[in-house]
Design a binder for this molecule. Sequence first.
Ligand code: ADP
Ligand code: MG
Ligand code: MG
Length: 245
Amino acid sequence: TPILEMHNIAKSFGQFYALKGVDLTVYRGEIHALMGENGAGKSTLMKILAGAYIASSGEIFIDGQPFAIKGPKDALAAGITLIYQEMNLAPNLTVAENIFLGSEIQRGGLVKRRQMLLEAQKVIDRLGAQFSAGDRVMKLTIAEQQQVEIARALHRNSRILVMDEPTAALSSRETHRLFELIKRLRDEGMAIIYISHRMAEVYELSDRVSVLRDGQYVGSLTREKLSASELVRMMVGRPLSDLFN
Ligand code: ADP
Ligand code: MG
Ligand code: MG
């Protein structure tokens, strides 16, 4: 059974349909790229998955069971974390406080705070990150802040990690590190969905690619069938050669 199935998802903003009945199937232990031209509906689809938007119609199945996602809490309960390009951290708080944001322990006394630091440090070490649980988030690089968000996802036992263009602000070295981490999480059984425009990255990282165009699902390619010309054809709706004629 797939860990996630999105069926016939539609989303309108007023009269305009950003998604016109999109399907997406994702398996555990898979790095799944979501591609499509700007405005194709990728971010909207992922925001629906994360409970940031409510779908106008369609169904979501988690582990084969229907699962209504009506808000961020439902997504959290389903084990879904979405990491946006604009990150979702409190810069004045420590790494540990951010990892535990919203959980009971953060409001506890001194003993609980010490326990929080230790637990946060464990998750950070598991990622191989270089910062400490007590560091303030505003002192961290973008790449490190991304790691804090991933640490929070692990702490919350997320099983589906969605990243919207995660390499946009990273150096090539940071990108390489992120990819090593994503692959490790994949090998531990997590499902990773990531939005990308960069063909070379998709080649390097993905086990499967799904393509959206104008709010519609075009199709998916497995790693074995990946080809740049086919991806471009799916994204723009005509063969690559036509673009130069
Ligand atoms: P992508 O991530 O593939 O670039 P988006 O999902 O961001 O595409 O957007 C898909 C379409 O929906 C675009 O035409 C965009 O302008 C529109 N759209 C996205 N969010 C909103 C919104 N909150 N209100 C109105 N239109 C929106
Ligand atoms: Mg866009
Ligand atoms: Mg987008």
